[in-house]
Design a protein. Structure first.
Length: 632
Protein backbone atom coordinates (compact mmCIF):
# COMPACT_ATOMS: atom_id res chain seq x y z
CA UNK A 1 0.00 0.00 0.00
CA UNK A 2 1.26 3.50 -0.86
CA UNK A 3 0.71 6.41 1.53
CA UNK A 4 1.21 9.95 0.26
CA UNK A 5 1.68 12.94 2.53
CA UNK A 6 -0.08 16.25 1.94
CA UNK A 7 -0.19 19.55 3.77
CA UNK A 8 1.16 23.06 4.22
CA UNK A 9 4.89 23.79 4.35
CA UNK A 10 6.58 23.36 7.74
CA UNK A 11 3.70 21.37 9.22
CA UNK A 12 5.98 18.41 9.89
CA UNK A 13 5.37 15.97 7.05
CA UNK A 14 9.00 14.87 6.67
CA UNK A 15 9.58 14.73 10.44
CA UNK A 16 6.50 12.55 10.86
CA UNK A 17 7.68 10.14 8.15
CA UNK A 18 11.04 9.95 9.93
CA UNK A 19 9.24 9.07 13.16
CA UNK A 20 7.18 6.37 11.43
CA UNK A 21 9.96 4.81 9.35
CA UNK A 22 13.27 5.88 10.85
CA UNK A 23 14.27 7.35 7.51
CA UNK A 24 14.87 10.95 6.48
CA UNK A 25 13.24 11.46 3.07
CA UNK A 26 15.02 14.80 2.54
CA UNK A 27 18.04 13.40 0.69
CA UNK A 28 19.27 16.53 -1.13
CA UNK A 29 21.86 18.78 0.59
CA UNK A 30 19.76 21.85 -0.17
CA UNK A 31 16.72 20.24 1.47
CA UNK A 32 18.68 19.44 4.61
CA UNK A 33 20.25 22.90 4.67
CA UNK A 34 16.97 24.79 4.21
CA UNK A 35 14.84 22.40 6.23
CA UNK A 36 12.17 22.06 3.54
CA UNK A 37 11.27 19.35 1.05
CA UNK A 38 11.96 20.24 -2.57
CA UNK A 39 11.90 16.84 -4.26
CA UNK A 40 9.85 13.71 -3.66
CA UNK A 41 11.03 11.47 -0.82
CA UNK A 42 10.40 7.78 -0.27
CA UNK A 43 10.48 5.45 2.72
CA UNK A 44 9.32 1.90 3.41
CA UNK A 45 8.58 -0.16 6.52
CA UNK A 46 7.93 -3.91 6.64
CA UNK A 47 4.48 -5.28 7.45
CA UNK A 48 4.30 -8.35 9.64
CA UNK A 49 3.06 -11.37 7.69
CA UNK A 50 3.37 -9.63 4.30
CA UNK A 51 6.15 -9.62 1.75
CA UNK A 52 4.94 -6.23 0.51
CA UNK A 53 6.11 -3.33 2.73
CA UNK A 54 4.20 -0.16 3.48
CA UNK A 55 5.44 2.64 1.25
CA UNK A 56 5.45 6.38 1.98
CA UNK A 57 5.76 9.17 -0.56
CA UNK A 58 6.70 12.49 1.04
CA UNK A 59 5.84 15.57 -1.02
CA UNK A 60 6.87 19.24 -0.76
CA UNK A 61 4.43 21.59 0.95
CA UNK A 62 5.60 24.91 -0.51
CA UNK A 63 3.27 26.48 -3.09
CA UNK A 64 6.16 26.72 -5.58
CA UNK A 65 6.43 22.92 -5.60
CA UNK A 66 2.80 21.94 -6.10
CA UNK A 67 3.78 20.44 -9.46
CA UNK A 68 6.16 18.12 -7.59
CA UNK A 69 3.44 17.28 -5.06
CA UNK A 70 1.17 16.31 -7.98
CA UNK A 71 3.85 14.03 -9.40
CA UNK A 72 4.08 12.24 -6.05
CA UNK A 73 0.36 12.03 -5.37
CA UNK A 74 -0.46 10.23 -8.60
CA UNK A 75 -1.14 6.59 -7.97
CA UNK A 76 -1.21 6.60 -4.15
CA UNK A 77 -3.72 4.45 -2.25
CA UNK A 78 -4.28 6.60 0.83
CA UNK A 79 -3.38 10.11 1.98
CA UNK A 80 -1.80 11.29 5.22
CA UNK A 81 -2.93 14.90 5.56
CA UNK A 82 -0.59 16.71 7.98
CA UNK A 83 -1.87 19.80 9.81
CA UNK A 84 0.06 21.67 12.51
CA UNK A 85 -1.92 22.36 15.66
CA UNK A 86 -0.52 25.89 15.99
CA UNK A 87 -1.42 27.00 12.44
CA UNK A 88 -4.50 24.89 11.76
CA UNK A 89 -5.83 24.64 8.19
CA UNK A 90 -3.70 26.75 5.82
CA UNK A 91 -3.95 27.58 2.08
CA UNK A 92 -1.71 24.69 0.98
CA UNK A 93 -3.68 22.35 3.22
CA UNK A 94 -6.83 23.19 1.28
CA UNK A 95 -5.12 23.03 -2.13
CA UNK A 96 -3.45 19.70 -1.39
CA UNK A 97 -6.75 18.26 -0.20
CA UNK A 98 -8.44 19.57 -3.34
CA UNK A 99 -5.78 17.84 -5.44
CA UNK A 100 -6.29 14.56 -3.58
CA UNK A 101 -10.02 14.82 -4.18
CA UNK A 102 -9.51 15.50 -7.90
CA UNK A 103 -7.12 12.54 -8.18
CA UNK A 104 -9.75 10.26 -6.70
CA UNK A 105 -7.98 9.65 -3.38
CA UNK A 106 -10.89 9.25 -0.96
CA UNK A 107 -9.29 7.34 1.94
CA UNK A 108 -6.78 8.64 4.44
CA UNK A 109 -6.04 10.00 7.87
CA UNK A 110 -5.20 13.37 9.44
CA UNK A 111 -2.08 13.81 11.55
CA UNK A 112 -2.46 16.82 13.86
CA UNK A 113 1.22 17.64 14.52
CA UNK A 114 3.03 19.97 16.95
CA UNK A 115 0.68 19.23 19.82
CA UNK A 116 3.69 19.75 22.10
CA UNK A 117 3.87 23.40 21.00
CA UNK A 118 0.30 24.39 21.98
CA UNK A 119 -2.03 24.11 24.94
CA UNK A 120 -4.37 21.08 25.07
CA UNK A 121 -7.32 23.41 24.55
CA UNK A 122 -5.88 24.45 21.17
CA UNK A 123 -5.68 20.81 20.08
CA UNK A 124 -9.35 20.33 20.92
CA UNK A 125 -10.24 23.57 19.16
CA UNK A 126 -8.44 22.61 15.92
CA UNK A 127 -9.97 19.12 15.99
CA UNK A 128 -13.42 20.67 16.19
CA UNK A 129 -12.67 22.93 13.24
CA UNK A 130 -11.33 20.24 10.93
CA UNK A 131 -14.55 18.61 9.74
CA UNK A 132 -16.17 21.92 8.79
CA UNK A 133 -12.97 23.38 7.33
CA UNK A 134 -11.95 20.42 5.19
CA UNK A 135 -15.19 18.92 3.90
CA UNK A 136 -15.41 15.67 1.93
CA UNK A 137 -13.69 13.27 1.90
CA UNK A 138 -11.40 14.29 4.78
CA UNK A 139 -14.33 15.10 7.08
CA UNK A 140 -14.65 11.39 7.84
CA UNK A 141 -10.95 10.62 8.18
CA UNK A 142 -9.63 9.69 11.63
CA UNK A 143 -7.57 12.39 13.39
CA UNK A 144 -4.37 11.48 15.25
CA UNK A 145 -2.83 14.20 17.47
CA UNK A 146 0.94 13.59 17.43
CA UNK A 147 4.24 15.11 18.49
CA UNK A 148 7.15 14.54 16.13
CA UNK A 149 9.54 15.56 18.90
CA UNK A 150 8.38 13.31 21.76
CA UNK A 151 6.65 10.64 19.70
CA UNK A 152 3.35 11.12 21.57
CA UNK A 153 0.43 9.70 19.53
CA UNK A 154 2.68 8.30 16.80
CA UNK A 155 2.13 4.69 17.91
CA UNK A 156 -1.64 5.03 17.43
CA UNK A 157 -1.17 6.45 13.93
CA UNK A 158 1.35 3.73 13.11
CA UNK A 159 -1.06 1.01 14.28
CA UNK A 160 -3.83 2.45 12.13
CA UNK A 161 -1.58 2.58 9.07
CA UNK A 162 -0.51 -1.05 9.54
CA UNK A 163 -4.13 -2.12 10.02
CA UNK A 164 -5.06 -0.37 6.78
CA UNK A 165 -2.18 -2.04 4.98
CA UNK A 166 -3.23 -5.47 6.27
CA UNK A 167 -6.76 -4.92 4.94
CA UNK A 168 -5.63 -3.38 1.67
CA UNK A 169 -6.35 -5.48 -1.39
CA UNK A 170 -3.62 -5.41 -4.02
CA UNK A 171 -4.68 -3.76 -7.25
CA UNK A 172 -5.54 -6.06 -10.11
CA UNK A 173 -2.74 -6.40 -12.62
CA UNK A 174 -5.09 -5.98 -15.59
CA UNK A 175 -4.05 -4.28 -18.78
CA UNK A 176 -0.63 -3.56 -20.20
CA UNK A 177 2.12 -2.34 -17.89
CA UNK A 178 2.22 1.43 -17.24
CA UNK A 179 4.67 3.24 -14.95
CA UNK A 180 4.75 7.03 -14.52
CA UNK A 181 8.43 8.02 -14.31
CA UNK A 182 9.36 10.39 -11.48
CA UNK A 183 13.13 9.79 -11.23
CA UNK A 184 15.90 8.79 -13.65
CA UNK A 185 19.50 8.09 -12.67
CA UNK A 186 22.52 6.01 -13.59
CA UNK A 187 24.27 3.53 -11.31
CA UNK A 188 27.85 2.51 -11.98
CA UNK A 189 27.95 -1.06 -13.19
CA UNK A 190 24.15 -1.18 -13.46
CA UNK A 191 23.08 1.38 -16.05
CA UNK A 192 19.96 3.49 -16.45
CA UNK A 193 17.34 3.20 -13.70
CA UNK A 194 13.86 4.72 -13.68
CA UNK A 195 11.51 4.85 -10.72
CA UNK A 196 7.82 5.54 -10.44
CA UNK A 197 4.41 4.27 -9.42
CA UNK A 198 2.91 1.44 -11.46
CA UNK A 199 -0.58 2.42 -12.59
CA UNK A 200 -1.54 -0.78 -14.40
CA UNK A 201 -0.41 -4.23 -15.40
CA UNK A 202 2.73 -6.15 -14.48
CA UNK A 203 6.37 -6.05 -15.51
CA UNK A 204 8.90 -8.87 -15.35
CA UNK A 205 12.60 -9.27 -15.88
CA UNK A 206 13.24 -9.59 -19.60
CA UNK A 207 10.08 -7.75 -20.73
CA UNK A 208 10.30 -5.39 -23.69
CA UNK A 209 8.93 -1.93 -22.86
CA UNK A 210 8.48 1.43 -24.57
CA UNK A 211 9.31 4.87 -23.20
CA UNK A 212 6.54 7.19 -24.35
CA UNK A 213 6.08 9.69 -25.86
CA UNK A 214 9.68 9.26 -27.07
CA UNK A 215 9.07 5.85 -28.63
CA UNK A 216 12.37 4.43 -27.31
CA UNK A 217 12.48 0.67 -26.76
CA UNK A 218 14.19 -1.01 -23.83
CA UNK A 219 14.46 -4.32 -22.05
CA UNK A 220 13.85 -4.70 -18.33
CA UNK A 221 17.11 -6.03 -16.92
CA UNK A 222 15.95 -6.10 -13.27
CA UNK A 223 13.07 -4.99 -11.04
CA UNK A 224 12.91 -3.50 -7.55
CA UNK A 225 9.38 -3.34 -6.14
CA UNK A 226 8.64 -1.46 -2.91
CA UNK A 227 12.40 -1.07 -2.33
CA UNK A 228 13.06 -4.82 -2.58
CA UNK A 229 14.55 -6.97 -5.37
CA UNK A 230 11.72 -8.68 -7.24
CA UNK A 231 11.02 -10.64 -10.38
CA UNK A 232 7.64 -8.95 -10.90
CA UNK A 233 6.37 -5.43 -10.32
CA UNK A 234 2.64 -4.66 -10.48
CA UNK A 235 -0.04 -2.01 -10.20
CA UNK A 236 -0.04 -0.16 -6.90
CA UNK A 237 3.67 -0.60 -6.24
CA UNK A 238 6.57 1.78 -6.51
CA UNK A 239 9.13 0.18 -8.79
CA UNK A 240 12.67 0.83 -9.91
CA UNK A 241 13.49 -0.64 -13.32
CA UNK A 242 16.97 -1.16 -14.67
CA UNK A 243 16.49 -0.62 -18.40
CA UNK A 244 18.92 -2.03 -20.94
CA UNK A 245 19.31 -0.23 -24.25
CA UNK A 246 18.66 3.28 -22.89
CA UNK A 247 20.86 6.10 -21.66
CA UNK A 248 19.80 8.56 -18.98
CA UNK A 249 19.13 11.14 -21.71
CA UNK A 250 16.54 8.85 -23.35
CA UNK A 251 13.99 9.19 -20.53
CA UNK A 252 12.87 11.89 -18.08
CA UNK A 253 10.28 12.61 -15.42
CA UNK A 254 6.87 12.78 -17.03
CA UNK A 255 7.51 9.92 -19.45
CA UNK A 256 5.68 6.62 -19.23
CA UNK A 257 7.39 3.24 -19.33
CA UNK A 258 4.75 0.89 -20.64
CA UNK A 259 4.00 -2.32 -22.51
CA UNK A 260 5.19 -2.25 -26.10
CA UNK A 261 1.68 -3.20 -27.32
CA UNK A 262 0.17 0.11 -26.18
CA UNK A 263 -0.34 2.71 -28.92
CA UNK A 264 -1.91 5.43 -26.77
CA UNK A 265 -0.29 8.70 -27.84
CA UNK A 266 -2.64 11.61 -28.45
CA UNK A 267 -2.80 15.38 -28.45
CA UNK A 268 -6.57 15.66 -27.88
CA UNK A 269 -8.67 14.06 -25.17
CA UNK A 270 -12.33 14.15 -24.24
CA UNK A 271 -12.72 14.22 -20.48
CA UNK A 272 -14.98 14.90 -17.54
CA UNK A 273 -13.78 18.02 -15.70
CA UNK A 274 -14.85 19.26 -12.27
CA UNK A 275 -14.05 22.89 -11.54
CA UNK A 276 -12.94 23.41 -7.95
CA UNK A 277 -15.54 24.95 -5.66
CA UNK A 278 -12.70 27.14 -4.38
CA UNK A 279 -12.61 29.01 -7.71
CA UNK A 280 -14.18 32.47 -7.76
CA UNK A 281 -15.11 32.54 -11.45
CA UNK A 282 -16.40 30.22 -14.12
CA UNK A 283 -13.94 28.52 -16.49
CA UNK A 284 -14.46 29.94 -19.99
CA UNK A 285 -14.03 28.35 -23.41
CA UNK A 286 -10.46 27.84 -24.66
CA UNK A 287 -8.86 28.74 -21.34
CA UNK A 288 -5.11 28.08 -21.25
CA UNK A 289 -4.10 25.83 -18.37
CA UNK A 290 -1.36 23.59 -16.99
CA UNK A 291 -2.34 19.94 -17.38
CA UNK A 292 -0.90 17.55 -14.79
CA UNK A 293 -1.18 13.93 -15.89
CA UNK A 294 0.84 11.21 -14.20
CA UNK A 295 4.15 12.93 -13.51
CA UNK A 296 3.93 15.23 -16.56
CA UNK A 297 3.12 18.96 -16.51
CA UNK A 298 2.36 20.60 -19.86
CA UNK A 299 0.29 23.41 -21.33
CA UNK A 300 -3.22 22.71 -22.60
CA UNK A 301 -6.42 24.43 -23.73
CA UNK A 302 -9.91 23.55 -22.53
CA UNK A 303 -12.99 23.48 -24.77
CA UNK A 304 -16.28 22.92 -22.94
CA UNK A 305 -18.56 20.56 -24.90
CA UNK A 306 -21.89 20.53 -23.06
CA UNK A 307 -22.06 24.18 -21.93
CA UNK A 308 -20.55 27.60 -22.62
CA UNK A 309 -18.50 27.58 -19.42
CA UNK A 310 -18.02 25.65 -16.16
CA UNK A 311 -19.28 27.12 -12.93
CA UNK A 312 -17.33 26.60 -9.66
CA UNK A 313 -18.12 23.17 -8.23
CA UNK A 314 -19.75 21.97 -11.49
CA UNK A 315 -18.70 19.01 -13.64
CA UNK A 316 -18.74 19.24 -17.44
CA UNK A 317 -17.58 17.37 -20.53
CA UNK A 318 -14.55 18.95 -22.17
CA UNK A 319 -11.90 18.49 -24.83
CA UNK A 320 -8.28 19.04 -23.75
CA UNK A 321 -5.85 20.00 -26.51
CA UNK A 322 -2.08 19.88 -26.07
CA UNK A 323 0.87 20.58 -28.37
CA UNK A 324 3.00 17.51 -27.68
CA UNK A 325 1.80 13.87 -27.58
CA UNK A 326 0.89 12.35 -24.26
CA UNK A 327 0.62 8.64 -23.44
CA UNK A 328 -2.81 8.30 -21.83
CA UNK A 329 -5.71 5.91 -21.34
CA UNK A 330 -9.37 6.16 -20.45
CA UNK A 331 -9.76 6.42 -16.69
CA UNK A 332 -6.55 8.37 -16.12
CA UNK A 333 -6.92 11.16 -13.58
CA UNK A 334 -5.62 14.66 -14.23
CA UNK A 335 -5.43 18.04 -12.50
CA UNK A 336 -5.56 21.50 -14.08
CA UNK A 337 -3.82 24.57 -12.73
CA UNK A 338 -4.02 28.10 -14.10
CA UNK A 339 -1.72 29.32 -16.88
CA UNK A 340 0.69 30.89 -14.39
CA UNK A 341 0.71 27.66 -12.30
CA UNK A 342 -0.27 29.50 -9.12
CA UNK A 343 -3.54 27.80 -8.19
CA UNK A 344 -5.42 24.55 -8.81
CA UNK A 345 -8.46 25.01 -11.04
CA UNK A 346 -9.95 21.55 -11.10
CA UNK A 347 -9.46 18.07 -12.44
CA UNK A 348 -11.16 14.96 -13.61
CA UNK A 349 -10.87 11.80 -15.64
CA UNK A 350 -10.00 11.09 -19.28
CA UNK A 351 -12.80 9.44 -21.29
CA UNK A 352 -11.58 9.14 -24.89
CA UNK A 353 -8.02 9.58 -26.17
CA UNK A 354 -9.05 9.65 -29.85
CA UNK A 355 -12.14 11.89 -30.09
CA UNK A 356 -13.62 12.85 -33.48
CA UNK A 357 -12.68 16.14 -35.08
CA UNK A 358 -16.28 16.82 -36.11
CA UNK A 359 -19.60 16.34 -34.41
CA UNK A 360 -18.07 16.47 -30.95
CA UNK A 361 -21.06 18.38 -29.55
CA UNK A 362 -23.76 16.22 -31.15
CA UNK A 363 -26.27 14.85 -28.63
CA UNK A 364 -25.28 11.29 -29.58
CA UNK A 365 -21.63 12.02 -28.91
CA UNK A 366 -22.36 13.69 -25.57
CA UNK A 367 -24.51 10.71 -24.55
CA UNK A 368 -21.62 8.39 -25.33
CA UNK A 369 -19.23 10.49 -23.24
CA UNK A 370 -21.71 10.43 -20.36
CA UNK A 371 -21.80 6.63 -20.58
CA UNK A 372 -18.00 6.50 -20.63
CA UNK A 373 -18.00 8.73 -17.54
CA UNK A 374 -20.74 6.96 -15.60
CA UNK A 375 -20.10 3.29 -16.45
CA UNK A 376 -17.02 1.73 -14.90
CA UNK A 377 -14.59 -0.39 -16.89
CA UNK A 378 -15.96 -2.35 -19.83
CA UNK A 379 -19.58 -1.79 -18.73
CA UNK A 380 -19.58 1.21 -21.10
CA UNK A 381 -18.68 -0.92 -24.12
CA UNK A 382 -22.29 -1.63 -25.26
CA UNK A 383 -22.96 2.12 -25.37
CA UNK A 384 -19.84 2.67 -27.50
CA UNK A 385 -20.79 -0.16 -29.86
CA UNK A 386 -24.28 1.28 -30.22
CA UNK A 387 -22.83 4.67 -31.16
CA UNK A 388 -20.26 3.57 -33.76
CA UNK A 389 -18.06 0.69 -34.96
CA UNK A 390 -15.17 0.23 -32.53
CA UNK A 391 -11.67 -0.59 -33.86
CA UNK A 392 -10.13 -3.22 -31.59
CA UNK A 393 -6.80 -1.37 -31.58
CA UNK A 394 -8.53 1.75 -30.30
CA UNK A 395 -10.27 -0.28 -27.61
CA UNK A 396 -7.15 -2.10 -26.39
CA UNK A 397 -4.88 0.95 -26.35
CA UNK A 398 -7.44 3.59 -25.41
CA UNK A 399 -8.80 1.53 -22.52
CA UNK A 400 -5.53 -0.30 -21.75
CA UNK A 401 -6.87 -3.82 -22.24
CA UNK A 402 -4.78 -6.80 -23.17
CA UNK A 403 -5.93 -8.60 -26.31
CA UNK A 404 -7.57 -11.40 -24.31
CA UNK A 405 -9.31 -8.90 -22.03
CA UNK A 406 -10.69 -7.03 -25.05
CA UNK A 407 -11.97 -10.26 -26.62
CA UNK A 408 -13.76 -11.22 -23.42
CA UNK A 409 -15.34 -7.76 -23.15
CA UNK A 410 -16.50 -7.82 -26.78
CA UNK A 411 -17.95 -11.29 -26.39
CA UNK A 412 -19.81 -10.22 -23.25
CA UNK A 413 -21.21 -7.22 -25.15
CA UNK A 414 -22.41 -9.46 -27.99
CA UNK A 415 -20.19 -7.70 -30.54
CA UNK A 416 -19.50 -8.99 -34.05
CA UNK A 417 -15.81 -8.48 -34.90
CA UNK A 418 -14.78 -8.17 -38.55
CA UNK A 419 -11.24 -7.36 -39.70
CA UNK A 420 -10.33 -5.86 -36.33
CA UNK A 421 -13.48 -3.71 -36.04
CA UNK A 422 -16.25 -4.50 -33.55
CA UNK A 423 -19.92 -3.90 -34.38
CA UNK A 424 -23.04 -4.17 -32.30
CA UNK A 425 -25.28 -6.97 -33.54
CA UNK A 426 -27.91 -4.43 -34.62
CA UNK A 427 -25.38 -2.39 -36.63
CA UNK A 428 -23.95 -5.52 -38.26
CA UNK A 429 -27.42 -6.71 -39.28
CA UNK A 430 -28.18 -3.27 -40.70
CA UNK A 431 -25.00 -3.47 -42.82
CA UNK A 432 -26.04 -6.90 -44.10
CA UNK A 433 -29.48 -5.63 -45.05
CA UNK A 434 -28.09 -2.50 -46.70
CA UNK A 435 -25.61 -4.58 -48.71
CA UNK A 436 -28.30 -6.89 -50.06
CA UNK A 437 -30.47 -3.91 -50.99
CA UNK A 438 -27.52 -2.30 -52.83
CA UNK A 439 -26.82 -5.49 -54.80
CA UNK A 440 -30.49 -5.86 -55.74
CA UNK A 441 -30.70 -2.22 -56.84
CA UNK A 442 -27.60 -2.67 -59.02
CA UNK A 443 -29.14 -5.72 -60.68
CA UNK A 444 -32.22 -3.68 -61.54
CA UNK A 445 -30.22 -0.69 -62.73
CA UNK A 446 -27.51 -2.66 -64.60
CA UNK A 447 -29.04 -6.00 -65.60
CA UNK A 448 -26.27 -6.67 -68.11
CA UNK A 449 -23.60 -6.82 -65.37
CA UNK A 450 -22.80 -10.08 -63.55
CA UNK A 451 -23.08 -8.33 -60.18
CA UNK A 452 -21.57 -5.59 -58.05
CA UNK A 453 -17.86 -5.04 -57.49
CA UNK A 454 -16.83 -5.43 -53.86
CA UNK A 455 -15.17 -2.01 -53.51
CA UNK A 456 -18.12 -0.35 -55.18
CA UNK A 457 -20.42 -2.10 -52.72
CA UNK A 458 -18.35 -0.70 -49.84
CA UNK A 459 -18.60 2.83 -51.28
CA UNK A 460 -22.39 2.48 -51.57
CA UNK A 461 -22.98 0.94 -48.14
CA UNK A 462 -20.24 2.16 -45.76
CA UNK A 463 -17.52 4.27 -47.43
CA UNK A 464 -15.74 4.90 -44.11
CA UNK A 465 -15.53 1.18 -43.37
CA UNK A 466 -12.24 -0.64 -43.95
CA UNK A 467 -12.23 -2.77 -47.11
CA UNK A 468 -11.29 -5.85 -45.09
CA UNK A 469 -14.34 -5.42 -42.85
CA UNK A 470 -16.75 -5.31 -45.80
CA UNK A 471 -14.91 -8.35 -47.20
CA UNK A 472 -15.73 -10.24 -43.99
CA UNK A 473 -19.36 -9.22 -44.29
CA UNK A 474 -19.52 -10.41 -47.90
CA UNK A 475 -17.82 -13.69 -46.99
CA UNK A 476 -20.49 -14.24 -44.34
CA UNK A 477 -23.27 -13.63 -46.89
CA UNK A 478 -21.54 -15.91 -49.39
CA UNK A 479 -21.19 -18.68 -46.77
CA UNK A 480 -24.92 -18.45 -46.09
CA UNK A 481 -25.73 -18.57 -49.80
CA UNK A 482 -27.47 -15.21 -49.66
CA UNK A 483 -24.95 -13.90 -52.21
CA UNK A 484 -22.89 -15.70 -54.85
CA UNK A 485 -19.52 -14.72 -56.27
CA UNK A 486 -19.00 -14.36 -60.00
CA UNK A 487 -15.35 -13.53 -60.49
CA UNK A 488 -14.73 -10.14 -58.92
CA UNK A 489 -18.46 -9.50 -58.56
CA UNK A 490 -21.08 -10.51 -56.02
CA UNK A 491 -24.69 -11.10 -56.95
CA UNK A 492 -27.99 -12.43 -55.72
CA UNK A 493 -28.44 -16.11 -56.61
CA UNK A 494 -31.57 -15.21 -58.60
CA UNK A 495 -29.59 -12.88 -60.87
CA UNK A 496 -28.77 -15.27 -63.69
CA UNK A 497 -28.52 -14.88 -67.43
CA UNK A 498 -28.37 -17.17 -70.42
CA UNK A 499 -27.65 -16.24 -74.00
CA UNK A 500 -30.42 -16.63 -76.54
CA UNK A 501 -29.70 -18.84 -79.57
CA UNK A 502 -28.98 -15.91 -81.91
CA UNK A 503 -26.82 -14.26 -79.23
CA UNK A 504 -24.84 -17.46 -78.78
CA UNK A 505 -24.19 -17.60 -82.55
CA UNK A 506 -22.86 -14.04 -82.62
CA UNK A 507 -20.82 -14.64 -79.45
CA UNK A 508 -19.15 -17.68 -81.00
CA UNK A 509 -18.17 -15.47 -83.92
CA UNK A 510 -16.65 -12.84 -81.61
CA UNK A 511 -15.00 -15.13 -79.06
CA UNK A 512 -12.04 -16.24 -81.25
CA UNK A 513 -11.06 -12.58 -81.70
CA UNK A 514 -10.70 -12.20 -77.93
CA UNK A 515 -8.72 -15.44 -77.73
CA UNK A 516 -6.18 -14.33 -80.33
CA UNK A 517 -4.89 -11.58 -78.06
CA UNK A 518 -5.95 -12.67 -74.60
CA UNK A 519 -4.26 -9.88 -72.68
CA UNK A 520 -5.06 -7.04 -75.09
CA UNK A 521 -8.27 -8.02 -76.89
CA UNK A 522 -9.98 -5.77 -79.46
CA UNK A 523 -12.32 -3.12 -78.13
CA UNK A 524 -16.00 -2.97 -79.06
CA UNK A 525 -15.47 -0.77 -82.12
CA UNK A 526 -12.73 -3.10 -83.41
CA UNK A 527 -14.93 -6.17 -82.88
CA UNK A 528 -17.71 -4.47 -84.85
CA UNK A 529 -15.38 -3.79 -87.78
CA UNK A 530 -13.99 -7.32 -87.75
CA UNK A 531 -17.40 -9.06 -87.63
CA UNK A 532 -19.61 -6.64 -89.52
CA UNK A 533 -22.02 -6.51 -86.59
CA UNK A 534 -23.15 -2.95 -85.77
CA UNK A 535 -21.23 -1.45 -82.86
CA UNK A 536 -24.31 -0.88 -80.62
CA UNK A 537 -25.28 -4.53 -81.04
CA UNK A 538 -21.75 -5.70 -80.19
CA UNK A 539 -21.74 -3.55 -77.08
CA UNK A 540 -25.14 -4.88 -75.94
CA UNK A 541 -24.10 -8.45 -76.67
CA UNK A 542 -20.83 -8.13 -74.74
CA UNK A 543 -22.68 -6.76 -71.72
CA UNK A 544 -25.01 -9.75 -71.94
CA UNK A 545 -22.04 -12.13 -72.11
CA UNK A 546 -20.46 -10.31 -69.15
CA UNK A 547 -23.61 -11.00 -67.14
CA UNK A 548 -23.29 -14.68 -67.98
CA UNK A 549 -19.72 -14.41 -66.71
CA UNK A 550 -17.70 -15.43 -69.76
CA UNK A 551 -16.15 -11.98 -70.18
CA UNK A 552 -15.28 -9.16 -67.79
CA UNK A 553 -15.49 -5.44 -68.48
CA UNK A 554 -12.06 -4.12 -67.48
CA UNK A 555 -12.17 -0.63 -68.99
CA UNK A 556 -14.55 1.39 -71.15
CA UNK A 557 -15.69 -0.86 -74.05
CA UNK A 558 -12.79 -3.21 -73.30
CA UNK A 559 -13.98 -6.74 -72.49
CA UNK A 560 -11.56 -9.56 -71.58
CA UNK A 561 -12.23 -13.26 -71.37
CA UNK A 562 -12.80 -13.97 -67.69
CA UNK A 563 -10.26 -16.79 -67.62
CA UNK A 564 -7.70 -14.36 -69.08
CA UNK A 565 -8.49 -11.92 -66.25
CA UNK A 566 -7.92 -14.74 -63.76
CA UNK A 567 -4.55 -15.52 -65.36
CA UNK A 568 -3.48 -11.87 -65.28
CA UNK A 569 -4.46 -11.72 -61.61
CA UNK A 570 -2.13 -14.69 -61.04
CA UNK A 571 0.66 -12.80 -62.80
CA UNK A 572 0.09 -9.73 -60.59
CA UNK A 573 0.11 -11.87 -57.43
CA UNK A 574 3.39 -13.50 -58.52
CA UNK A 575 4.99 -10.08 -59.10
CA UNK A 576 3.86 -8.95 -55.66
CA UNK A 577 5.23 -12.10 -54.04
CA UNK A 578 8.55 -11.72 -55.87
CA UNK A 579 9.10 -7.95 -55.68
CA UNK A 580 6.76 -6.82 -52.90
CA UNK A 581 4.49 -4.95 -55.33
CA UNK A 582 3.18 -5.02 -58.90
CA UNK A 583 4.22 -2.03 -60.99
CA UNK A 584 3.03 -0.98 -64.44
CA UNK A 585 6.33 -1.55 -66.27
CA UNK A 586 6.91 -5.04 -64.85
CA UNK A 587 3.28 -6.05 -65.35
CA UNK A 588 3.37 -4.75 -68.95
CA UNK A 589 6.39 -6.96 -69.69
CA UNK A 590 4.69 -9.91 -68.02
CA UNK A 591 1.53 -9.80 -70.17
CA UNK A 592 3.19 -8.43 -73.32
CA UNK A 593 0.98 -5.38 -73.87
CA UNK A 594 1.41 -1.63 -73.96
CA UNK A 595 1.83 0.42 -70.78
CA UNK A 596 -1.61 2.04 -71.11
CA UNK A 597 -3.42 -1.31 -71.15
CA UNK A 598 -1.28 -2.62 -68.28
CA UNK A 599 -2.21 0.42 -66.19
CA UNK A 600 -5.92 -0.03 -66.97
CA UNK A 601 -5.79 -3.66 -65.87
CA UNK A 602 -3.99 -2.84 -62.62
CA UNK A 603 -6.48 -0.05 -61.91
CA UNK A 604 -9.29 -2.54 -62.50
CA UNK A 605 -7.69 -4.90 -59.94
CA UNK A 606 -7.58 -2.01 -57.46
CA UNK A 607 -11.18 -1.10 -58.21
CA UNK A 608 -12.57 -4.56 -57.54
CA UNK A 609 -10.56 -4.97 -54.33
CA UNK A 610 -8.07 -7.60 -55.50
CA UNK A 611 -5.19 -5.15 -54.96
CA UNK A 612 -4.74 -1.69 -53.48
CA UNK A 613 -2.59 1.13 -54.78
CA UNK A 614 0.07 2.89 -52.75
CA UNK A 615 1.68 5.54 -54.98
CA UNK A 616 2.93 3.57 -58.01
CA UNK A 617 2.78 0.23 -56.25
CA UNK A 618 -0.11 -2.22 -56.34
CA UNK A 619 -0.24 -4.39 -53.22
CA UNK A 620 -2.18 -7.61 -52.75
CA UNK A 621 -5.37 -7.23 -50.73
CA UNK A 622 -6.88 -10.74 -50.98
CA UNK A 623 -6.73 -14.00 -52.90
CA UNK A 624 -7.50 -14.10 -56.61
CA UNK A 625 -11.33 -13.84 -56.68
CA UNK A 626 -11.50 -15.39 -60.15
CA UNK A 627 -9.96 -18.57 -58.75
CA UNK A 628 -12.44 -18.85 -55.85
CA UNK A 629 -15.16 -21.45 -56.38
CA UNK A 630 -18.36 -19.83 -57.57
CA UNK A 631 -21.68 -20.54 -55.90
CA UNK A 632 -24.67 -21.43 -58.02
Amino acid sequence: MLIGTAGHIDHGKTSLIRRLTGRNTDRLPEEQKRGISIELGYAYVPIEGSADPLGFIDVPGHEKFVHTMLAGATGIDRALLVIAADDGVMPQTEEHLDILRLLGVTQGAIALTKIDAVAPARVVEVQAQLAAALGEPAADWPVFPVSNLSGEGVDALDAWLHAQAAQHAARAGDGEFRLAVDRVFTLVGVGTVVTGTVHAGRVREGDEVMVQPRGARARVRSVHAQDQPATVGQAGQRCALNLAGLSKDDVERGDWVQGAALANLSTRFDASLRLSAREAKALLQWTNVHLHHGTRDLLARVAVLDADSIEPGATRLVTLSIEMPLAACRGDRFVLRDASARRTLGGGVLLDIAPPLRGKRRPERLSLLEALRDEAGTAALPAWLAAEPVPQARLTSGWNLRADEAQQALAAAGARVAAGVAFSRARWQALRNKSLIAVAATHEREPEMPGLEQNRLRRMVAPALAADAIADLIDELLAEGVLVRRGAFVALPSHKAELAKDERVRWEKIKPLLMESRFDPPRVRDLAKATGIPEPEVRALMKRVARVGEVTLVALDHFFLTDAVAQMADFAAELIARHGAARAAEFRDCIGTGRKVAIQILEFFDRVGFTRRVKDNHLLRRDNPWRAPERA
